[in-house]
Design a binder for this molecule. Structure first.
Ligand code: PLP
Length: 382
């Protein structure tokens, strides 16, 4: 097989083969519907219950606060729509959302705006971080919900979610955090963080695609997103994706148990990459690297267009991205980078490298070398 260097772990990660082995029986021998009232159904129910217990224990929640979904996008849609409409029933028609949210949350907020909600967009500083004073300023007496992600998918910058949750609580608003990017690298503690809703997605931590969780704190009133059967305590209709739920829990457990060692390895690879490209001028780091996930490096290469860079790197066997996976095909200037004050041109000259636990120093050196060559070559045609 052709050997490619994969530096796009923020887009997705490969399914761990041990996780796959745990999922396989649930496609065949243990194929039951967890809602069926018989022995084959019960085996599936037991597997889903065990997965729910495991995730609850790991994120310091109760099992009945864990809802399985089809991934980070559904969880984000549900948190925002469910939270906003439940708040509207209490006369609150305003939401406050950060300017750097993933499309799953940003587009949902824009849809809510079209449906009559008022939205205040919470700004970030040039390092990509939300200031607590801006959160306070964005909240008014009509605010029902605040949404700020735990860590950004384009820059890796970590947000002060614990402090934001405290502000939201004092102002009597719900607080949702999209922890999809943070989950592979940060131990989640919903109790200590004080969040009302939180989302994760299995394919970011070496689990299957199309499976996620929305944590909803007990006592929080929300509306259903998917109407159907009584699954997920009547709040999310549809037969639970048993193999994927089993995979999500197994992947979360394995990832959490190996997190500190893999974070150290990934951070060292990222720093090595930066060192290897040190000789190249006109390079800037987008985002506050001191407050960032170990895996993401967003770099601005003066005088290049990221679409050309990605194309040439791909031809050379290195997979990198321009930003979020959903936007990278269109290569629009990133809303995250422009929110941090970059011009459209600067945003278009930016590239996201996201490293993973299987990357090697050899790959880092090779890709850094190709990066230097590619940037120099593209600059000739400026
Ligand atoms: N939220 C963030 C921060 C993400 O990075 C992503 C995926 O890139 C999502 C949500 C969407 O998750 P999913 O791909 O599981 O729908």
């Amino acid at each position: 097989m052709e050997q490619r260097i994969y530096f796009d772990h923020a887009a997705t990660t490969p399914l761990d083969t041990e996780v796959l082995q745990k999922m396989l029986p649930y496609f065949t021998a243990t194929f039951g519907n967890p809602d069926s009232p018989h022995a084959i159904g019960r085996k599936a129910t037991n597997a889903v219950d065990a997965a729910r217990d495991l995730i609850a224990e790991r994120i310091h929640a109760k099992p009945n606060e864990i809802y399985f979904t089809s991934g980070g996008t559904e969880s984000g849609n549900w948190a925002l729509r469910g939270g906003a409409y439940a708040a509207k029933a209490r006369g609150k028609t305003h939401i406050a959302v950060s300017t750097i949210e993933h499309h799953a949350v940003k587009e949902t907020a824009l849809t809510l705006e079209k449906e009559g909600f008022q939205v205040t967009w919470i700004p970030v500083n040039e390092g990509g971080r939300v200031a607590l004073s801006d959160v306070t300023a964005a909240i008014n007496e009509k605010t029902g919900l605040v949404a700020v992600m735990t860590a950004n998918n384009e820059t890796g910058v970590i947000q002060p979610v614990k402090e934001i949750a405290q502000i939201a609580k004092e102002k009597n608003c719900l607080f949702f955090t999209d922890a999809v990017q943070a989950a592979p690298y940060m131990p989640i503690n919903v109790k200590e963080w004080g969040v009302d809703m939180l989302s994760i997605s299995a394919h970011k931590f070496y689990g299957p695609k199309g499976c996620g969780v929305l944590y909803i704190r007990g006592g929080v009133k929300t509306e259903r997103l998917i109407v159907g059967g009584e699954q997920e305590r009547g709040l999310r209709g549809g037969t639970v994706n048993v193999p994927s739920v089993v995979g999500l829990a197994a992947a979360y457990q394995k990832n959490a148990d190996t997190m500190s060692a893999s974070n150290a390895k990934i951070r060292a690879l990222r720093d090595r990459f930066l060192k290897e490209i040190e000789s190249l001028d006109g390079v800037k780091i987008n985002g506050d690297l001191g407050n960032s996930l170990p895996s993401v490096l967003n770099l601005q290469f003066e005088g290049i267009h990221n679409a050309d860079f990605l194309y040439k790197m791909d031809l050379g066997g290195v997979c990198v991205a321009a930003g979020s996976a959903c936007a990278s095909a269109s290569i629009k200037p990133s809303h995250v980078l422009t929110a941090m004050g970059l011009t459209d041109e600067q945003a278009r000259s930016s590239v996201r490298f996201s490293f993973g636990k299987s990357n090697t120093e050899e790959e880092i050196v090779k890709a850094a070398d190709l990066t230097i060559k590619t940037v120099k070559e593209l600059r000739k045609f400026q």
